[in-house]
Design a protein around this ligand. Structure first.
Ligand SMILES: [Zn+2]
Length: 96
């Protein structure tokens, strides 16, 4: 049995992943889930920027070089995000 104090409402919870009083996340795993949901929601709500339109245009371009440039930049971005997510994971997994 593990008791945890909720960071939001300061009440004690027993063996819970989420606060039974205010539904705040009590574990790193749950707060990561919340954070991801928040980011996804913000992404979904954002209107297309000029950059988004440009990348969409590049992606569906009939020109193979334009498409190639897009996939090259996209893979660079994916690698960058991969390292960022590892860093975020390490930061979240570190106690304290
Ligand atoms: Zn709470």
């Amino acid at each position: 049995m593990k008791e945890q104090k909720c960071g939001q409402c300061k009440k004690w919870n027993k063996d819970a992943k989420r606060c039974i009083f205010c539904n705040a996340p009590l574990t790193a795993e749950e707060s990561n889930k919340d954070y991801r949901k928040k980011i996804e929601k913000e992404f979904a709500e954002k209107p297309l920027t000029k950059f988004d339109k440009l990348t969409l245009k590049m992606k569906s371009s009939p020109n193979i070089f334009v498409r190639g440039t897009y996939y090259f930049l996209f893979s660079l971005w994916s690698i960058y995000m991969f390292f960022v997510s590892i860093f975020v994971f390490l930061a979240a997994a570190t106690p304290g």
